[in-house]
Structures are given as structure tokens and as C-alpha cells.
Design a protein around this ligand. Structure first.
Ligand code: ATR
Length: 275
């Protein structure tokens, strides 16, 4: 059967094989999907070997999205603008790179969680690799304002400069976010890595507007400090990145196999209640 895999380090907690095999079963496709741990600094050797063995496509997770970007011979526009690759397709001597993280997140927010971003105020916390990939897909949804907030303000400003031709984008630090004049937000997305260490970006409960959606990009960590702050502030819609994960996988599956799987049942299977 046709060979696919996800590459990362560490890789033991990945849900990608489960997701893709469930898509394959549902759409009647016969595929093989493995999880491969590449050594740090050894990404390209692992991909070379996978291709020699006839592999057709890879998903790429941390910390190899930039290595994957460098490896590709062809880049789709979304991957080029994100500066990172999360899916690869192999054809004879060509390697095409895509990035479905942003579209996965906006699909989850608009389709599964039923939130429009058009005409809404959006705050994006973080300016690292995870944040970079979602800036353009967010702007394409037509928010009135996208405010990028980062501890290191210069990194937020750099992202702001890079994407300012695509929409109304502002870059600030956490002290500026605390200023009441900035107002409240309809969507607050935590794209920092703070939750990995049980930390909380220094935000006040006042950032959350009425009927706000608080979205944590990480998944499977339950109520992170960010989500707990939001809940305690009275936010009713809390989400973690499980929907984004399944939606980006669905986009990769369509790209590789030409068939669109249903994401709802898979998201349900993987959802851990945020209580
Ligand atoms: P990733 O690929 O997960 O985005 P990264 O590129 O290392 O990882 O970026 C981590 C992001 O989380 C950065 O925006 C970082 O802020 P700085 O640029 O100022 O370092 C942010 N971050 C990490 N821990 C944080 C914390 N405790 N509070 C606020 N921001 C934090």
C-alpha cells in the first residue's frame, strides 16, 4: 500500500497515524502511515531514506518545519509565506512543500466552532513559528484588526512588517495589551509555547470580550493556564488545537489522495473535555 508518515522529535505522542488511518478507512483508501523520529540534525537523511523506500508523502512536526522548508524543491505559496513546511509530497525527483496549519486553524474556528472572523477583533499571542503560520490565513478571513502580541516586541513588529500588505495588523507587547484603550477581543489565540511549561503569557482577563472564543493551539493538555484564565474570566467557548490538528490533516489527505474525509467523527474521537 502507499506509504506516508509523520516526522518529528519527539514523536511518541503523535495522533497523526490515528487520524490518517481513520480518514483512509472512511474513504476506502489503502495506505500505510508511520510515525518516524528523526535525530536532531538528521532530518534530510531520514527523508532521503523514506523516499528511497517509495514513500509518497510526509507530515512534518516540531522541530523540523524549517528543515522541511529547506529540503523542498518546490514550495506552495502558503508554505513560502509561512516560512515553514508541514506537509510534503514526493514525485520522482520533485519534492513539494505545503503548509496547512493556518488553514486547519481557520477551518476549525469557522466551520467546527462556528465563529466568523470577518469584522471581528483578533489577538494572536506569540510571534514564533506557530504564530507565523497563522497570520496570513487569519488576515484572509477579514478581521477588523489582528493584534500580534509578543514578549519580545521586536519579533511581533517583524511579523507585522512582513504581513502588513495583507490586512490590518498591529504589533505590540503585553504591557500595551493591558492598556484599557486597546479594548477587548472576539478571538484570543495562544500561539506561544508557554503552556508547554505550564506558564501563562502575562495577559489580563480583560482582553476577553463578550462571547469571546479562547483558543489554545496546543492540544491534549486539558485546561492550560491560558484556558483556565479565560474560563475564570467567564469565557464560554474554549478550544484547544485538536480541531486544527485534524483539519490540517484533512487538507494534507485531500492533497495526497484527492478525497476529502469527514473530520467531525475523528475530532470527536480525540477530544478531551476541557474541564
Ligand atoms: P513555536 O514554534 O512553538 O512558536 P518558538 O518559535 O520558540 O516556538 O516561539 C515561542 C513563542 O512563545 C514566542 O513568541 C515566545 O515569546 P518570545 O519571542 O518573547 O520568546 C513565546 N513564549 C514562550 N514562553 C512564554 C511565556 N511564558 N510568556 C509569553 N510568551 C512566551
Amino acid at each position: 500500500s502507499d506509504k506516508y508518515a509523520v516526522v518529528g522529535n519527539p514523536i511518541d505522542h503523535t495522533k497523526s497515524p490515528l487520524i490518517h488511518l481513520s480518514f483512509a478507512k472512511e474513504t476506502g483508501q489503502n495506505i500505510d502511515y508511520a510515525a518516524i523520529e528523526a535525530p536532531i540534525g538528521g532530518f534530510s537523511e531520514v527523508v532521503d531514506k523514506f523516499r528511497r523506500e517509495g514513500g509518497l508523502g510526509l507530515n512534518i512536526t516540531a522541530p523540523f518545519k524549517l528543515d522541511a522548508f529547506a529540503y523542498c524543491t518546490d514550495l506552495k505559496e502558503r508554505a513560502r509565506l509561512a516560512g515553514a513546511v508541514n506537509a510534503m509530497k514526493f514525485e520522482v525527483d520533485r519534492v513539494t512543500g505545503e503548509n496547512f496549519d493556518g488553514v486547519g486553524l481557520t477551518n476549525d474556528i469557522t466551520r467546527n466552532l462556528g465563529r466568523l472572523m470577518k469584522g471581528r477583533r483578533v489577538a494572536l499571542l506569540g510571534a514564533g513559528g506557530a504564530a507565523r503560520g497563522v497570520v496570513l490565513p487569519f488576515l484572509e478571513q477579514g478581521p477588523t484588526e489582528l493584534v500580534i502580541v509578543n514578549r519580545t516586541v521586536t519579533k511581533a513588529e517583524e511579523l507585522g512588517r512582513q504581513f502588513k500588505q495583507y490586512g490590518p495588523i498591529t504589533a505590540i507587547g503585553y504591557s500595551a495589551l493591558a492598556d484599557k484603550k486597546l479594548g477587548r477581543f472576539d478571538l484570543v489565540v495562544n500561539a506561544t509555547s508557554a503552556s508547554l511549561r505550564g506558564e501563562l503569557p502575562p495577559i489580563s482577563p480583560e482582553v476577553f470580550g463578550d462571547d469571546c472564543l479562547a483558543y489554545e493551539l496546543l492540544y491534549g493538555k486539558g485546561l492550560t493556564p491560558f484556558l483556565r484564565l479565560a474560563r475564570n474570566a467567564g469565557v464560554k467557548r474554549l478550544a484547544d488545537g485538536v480541531g486544527m490538528l485534524v483539519e490540517q490533516a484533512a487538507e494534507a489527505f485531500v492533497w495526497w489522495r484527492g478525497l476529502r474525509p469527514d473530520t467531525g467523527t475523528t475530532i470527536k474521537k480525540l477530544t478531551v473535555p476541557l474541564e
